[in-house]
Ligand binder design. Sequence first.
Ligand SMILES: [Zn+2]
Ligand SMILES: [Zn+2]
Length: 264
Amino acid sequence: MSETVAIATLHGKGAIIRPILAELGWQVQELNSFDTDSLGTFANERARFMSPVECTLRKAAIAADLSGCAIGLGSEGSFSAGPFGLGTFNQELISAVNIEAGWVVTGRFYGPSAVQQWTISDHTALQQALKQLPADQRLLIQQQQQICKGLTLAEAEQQATQLLANGALQLSYDLRAHCCPERQQHIAHAARDLLQRLKQHCPVCATPGFWPDHALPGLPCEDCGAPSSLTRLRRASCQRCQHTESYPVAKSFAAAQYCQICNP
Ligand SMILES: [Zn+2]
Ligand SMILES: [Zn+2]
């Protein structure tokens, strides 16, 4: 059954998500009347006052509301230091909100990112930085209050060469989806995660998103049988009728190294 769903974006996200959610019979329609930058931008001209999850839900609800569709989609990316403080990681969230039926399902991607920024004070440093960039990545240049966005490598080189006469500048990845091929791939991963979650329906009330997100520890130790820190069960709960189901993991026992008694 075909269903039109709306996404508010000025950054071409519809084209990434549309072919993936087509499997559900969904037709993703881009809504250009709402500028999602009002909810915060990467370049920080607008401060972010919501968490990424709040932001994606808010965007999805606004898209449904403005379009008149029952279902709206919202997408939000964020960047932070990776596990153990190493490297930069990108999180992409995509939520589908059904404002008529009253449910929300969120797909996720979390993984390492190549994004960088440089303080450039001479032409040699500029050349070095440009050499490290993927050819189709767009760039952002900041110098004092001035920001130039969406620059191709050639445009960035030209712009930066001029600006260097006034002093140092910041060169960085333009992180908006249509400017960042890496994010486009990560958004597609999050959309595929969303698709898998949407395909799982509650066996009682058929609400989508019946997904075993909740891990319960206590897999018994192979030597002494005491509960270990490893996952014993995964549990799915329906957000609408509260029905739950538990799924035991494939293994019956945990290695003794995970046991508090055998390996304290
Ligand atoms: Zn249910
Ligand atoms: Zn043990």
